[in-house]
Design a binder for this molecule. Sequence first.
Ligand code: ZN
Length: 364
Amino acid sequence: MIRTLKQSSLRMMNQLGIGRLVSGSEWRRRRLLILCYHGVALADEHEWCPGLYVSPSHLERRLALLQRLRCNVLPLKEALTRLYLGDLPPRAVVLTFDDGYFDFMVRAWPLLRRFGYPATVYLTTGRVERNLPNVNLLMSYALWKSRQQTLDGRDVPGLGEQYPLGTMDQRQQLAQRVIDALIGGNGGEMRRDDVARVVTERAGIDYSALLESRLLTLMRPDEIRTMTAEGVDFQLHTHTHRTPDDPQEFVRDILVNREWLQEMTGTQASHLCYPSGNYRHDYLPLLRQHGIESATTCDPDLATHGSDPLLLPRFVDTDEVSSIVFESWVTGLAARLPRRTRRGGTGVAGHHIPTGRRYSNAWT
Ligand SMILES: [Zn+2]
């Protein structure tokens, strides 16, 4: 109801030309919209998890809209320099993609090249070499794929006999039980990837075919080198995609991430994206100390000259975001309207990798 009301008022304001006015205003020119994407579906991932994935046609429509609205899509570094110099062009936008999944290479990058738009990929390096699907995502996806059936849970850590998979709650609880058992060390000899394989096969999915498709799997080092040569900007997203309470531990993980990135790209990365948009204010002094120039959150807003460079807001675009809402973020109208804000700082939006949940503007 609120959503519909909001959309119709946005539509009305656009019809009155207010969107265009804001879009061409000096107010908007002093602001930067950093867009965040997670995955661009290779197959049906956007149907499974529309809060994380967009379809290729969705991304194409968004890029066409940026073009139609005459946005200036800038590389991250240039945009940040110009933001703080007060020298941004009108309707400045930056495109960022989190994690570095294979789908970026085959779905997003060809589209970006067609439009001539630069992009930053915040890469988690922990599984670029051990190049298997993300365990939590895979289990959630596999259970969704077999939602018409029951799952035989025998010999799977945390599970017993037969489990119905018909509802999201059932699937979520099931995946959570397995994940909890793995975290609790009850996985025995079965490693996380093996457990994910067993669950996938029990769900009736051909695991080898899935591996071959590279679904839910990161880019490999050779692919990251190729993408770097083609102009993709790879930046920091931690090695293990975690945000521990201890700032020292967090920074150590970033330094490993930086080393891996440097080995693959030949340059020292200094721009960070907080995993899952989670951050703690006590991270900031250490990040500064280690030469981190900027860090992005998933708190939706436009960045301004006054934004802390280590707490830069981003708007997360997903399949659940309507085109009118997206457009209102691009013009700047959305940021001028009263709204509920969701912050990813300490103790607020502590989201983690999904086990079937919806992660609109929270998980990346
Ligand atoms: Zn991420």
